[in-house]
Design a binder for this molecule. Structure first.
Ligand SMILES: [Zn+2]
Length: 432
């Protein structure tokens, strides 16, 4: 076993409903050889209780729960930064040509390796990942994620209209390929399978029905897609289906507690009621919403309807893997909403990037905070000596302020080490 000594910040209680930041300035976390947090308390007390165990000193900086990215696209790892286009233009000119390249499995393997490195480097230990349109490319992702040791929920992305012909499938093919992938990967290590129609706009009812059948055929599988991102997209979906956007999924039985829908920037009241009734979660992706000009996320309305919200990077429309940046952008956009926004604190942002994601993914019994009984999924934020963030952390007079400075200033290179289940998945070899 190992004792980690650090300043530990986490959010075991929902700050949108009365929870506060849990901050221990000099904590000890006892972690078993297989990654379970077995004891926690003031360092001196934990050390006395387990005097024979080695101590890892992480006393500079902050130890946070590993980040949980509730919406990120593996095939878009190489196209981050395609600015200047609204959603449908960006898809046609930027995203879909790149996604078609993953038909080449050698290419897909390279992208998969870069993608999982991007996640781990940012301190992201768990992710709900939009996959590729090609089954061999999905094998490449699950293989790369398994080798790195990240907790990945992902699956084949399917569409049968309105994309490029080389990205289209059929209902039968999507079911058969999805089932075969789930047989290979669902429940293997940290991998879980997700059923993923790209968005209702690019899916017929027949394909969505096949998605529902696959979701039912794979117990414990997740369902994810996009919803209500862009006004032109929403108008087209209304024309296609003759109903509200969430209903296009709901009428196939696809809105439930294992559902996470990305964006929901422009929901109707009916959309929110349907999501709430189904206990489905929303992944809020603020840098993507800003980059594509999609709009300002109505967090207050989601909270009023008690629709769970987590944070997603939405790489590659989002501008990077770091949930520090994503959290800061979430804060910015709520500020811009004025009276319609939610005045987010650093505690809210940490919750959205950790425990909220764990709950949305049904993993909250295992990860999301650093309580006794959870797995040791954590990131150690340790900025370079003398950097603005280092100075800011050293001169913060409260843990909330330290956390706010981390949100404002931290980038992935400030994340020195990252663990999943007690195993290091990133370390900075310049450390001494
Ligand atoms: Zn997306």
């Amino acid at each position: 076993m190992t004792i980690y000594r650090a300043q530990v910040l986490d959010t075991p209680e929902d700050p949108f409903h009365g929870g506060v930041l849990r901050a221990d300035a000099d904590a000890g976390l006892l972690v078993t050889a297989d990654g379970l947090i077995a004891d926690r308390g003031p360092f001196a007390e934990v050390r006395d209780r387990h005097a024979a165990e080695p101590v890892v000193e992480l006393s500079d900086g902050l130890l946070l729960p590993g980040f949980i990215d509730a919406h990120v696209h593996y095939p878009q790892a190489r196209i981050i930064g395609g600015l200047g286009m609204p959603l449908l233009d960006w898809l046609e000119r930027c995203a879909l040509p790149e996604e078609a390249r993953l038909a080449d499995v050698a290419y897909a393997r390279q992208v998969a390796a870069e993608f999982v490195s991007g996640l781990a480097d940012a301190g992201t230990t768990t992710a709900l990942v939009f996959g590729a349109h090609f089954a061999p490319a999905m094998d490449a992702l699950f293989t790369a994620a398994s080798a790195r040791g990240l907790r990945i929920t992902s699956g084949l992305v399917v569409s049968d209209r309105m994309l490029r012909p080389d990205l289209h499938t059929t209902a039968q093919q999507s079911y058969e390929e999805g089932l075969a992938l789930a047989d290979r990967w669902h429940g293997q290590g940290y991998n879980r399978y997700a059923v993923i129609p790209r968005f209702a706009l690019s899916c017929t009812d027949e394909l969505l029905a096949a998605c529902a059948a696959l979701h039912a055929a794979v117990p414990g599988s997740w369902f994810t897609s996009h919803v209500n991102e862009n006004t032109a997209e929403i108008a087209t979906v209304r024309d296609q289906f003759g109903c509200e956007y969430v209903e296009s999924y709901h009428r196939h039985g696809l809105i439930g507690p294992r559902t996470v829908l990305a964006h929901n920037v422009h929901p109707t009241e009916g959309d929110l009621e349907c999501l709430a009734a189904g206990s489905a979660a929303v992944a809020h992706c603020p840098t993507s919403n800003a980059a594509l000009g999609s709009g300002l996320f109505p967090l207050k309305r989601h909270l009023a309807h008690r629709v769970p919200v987590a944070l997603g990077s939405d790489v590659g429309a989002g501008t990077g893997y770091s949930l520090f940046k994503e959290g800061l952008q979430a804060y910015f956009m709520q500020q811009l909403l004025g009276a319609d926004g939610v005045a987010l604190t650093s505690t809210h942002v940490l919750f959205l990037a950790t425990a909220a994601g764990a709950a949305a993914l049904g993993l909250d019994a295992e990860v999301g905070d650093l309580s006794v009984g959870k797995r040791f999924d954590a990131l150690w934020l340790r900025p370079g000596a003398g950097s603005p963030l280092d100075a800011g952390l050293r001169h913060a007079d409260s843990p909330e302020l330290a956390l706010a400075r981390a949100m404002a200033l931290a980038v992935s290179s400030d994340v020195a080490e990252v663990w999943v289940d007690g195993v290091r998945v990133k370390y900075r070899d310049t450390e001494t």
